[in-house]
Design a protein. Sequence first.
Length: 308
Amino acid sequence: MSENNSDEAVAAVRAFNRFYTRKLGVLDQQLMKSPFSLSEARVLYELAYREDLSAKEIGAELGLDAGYLSRIVQNFDENGLLTRKPLPADRRQFRLALTAKGRQTFAQLERSMQDDIGAMLAALPRGGSQKLVGAMAEIERLLGESGAAAPAILRTHRPGDMGWVVQSHGAFYASEYGFDSSFEALVAEIAAKFLTSFDASRERCWIAEQGGVQVGSVFVVKHSDDVAKLRLLLVDPAGRGQRLGQRLVAECVAFARATGYRRMTLWTQSILVAARKIYQDAGFKLVATEPHRSFGQSLVGETWEREL
């Protein structure tokens, strides 16, 4: 590339950065018309979606100056958004956690951002959102470490995803566990109900996508006003090796907590050893078992729960 072309490329990248930050409102004093700056919103996000974090860990993760982060934490503390507990090993460091008010505040910010970005994508021409997401994935891949393939991204569902969820569950469970077509029918029923009665404020589907291809899914649905239900966790063999199952379940737990549920439940089978380990590591406890004959197999159903 000539020096002139290189200068043109640099100028193009800088122009794109200005356009993109302006488009998403990053340069506004408040993010997405909220009372929070971008950095404050990022700290809220880390506290909502990860547990047992110290200020030092958040600063390292987000690349924030220690003094600036300290002011953010102090402001959140004064406004009742978080609690600070000294670490036993180093009382100069604090373990941070959102209060109920903090989780409610984050949930409102999350819904606002979801709505605003959703409206932006909805205004694109047909197929535009898929092209946009694909372009973002390509940018992430090219600018990632050593040009390695970008890790799977987690996104909410869009048209066509439910067909993939049903087909993937049916094929995978038939191949791995000998389930018959009645299991695929159950997945189709769950997916159809999710779409027809979808409550965006308290329900969510995440699709894991890598290189523009779906490689995982999970759902949070409303079981009752206080109880959320985790459903249809699946990681395709092509997506294994990057702890996708753990990421998907962590998203579910954080979302359920942030949207006001008090408990989370799920139903699985004793033969699903890898999934059971993920649930156990995420804080779920086995509360009931029941032998049953379903999907052409003799199984032991298990109910797992965790408090939020």
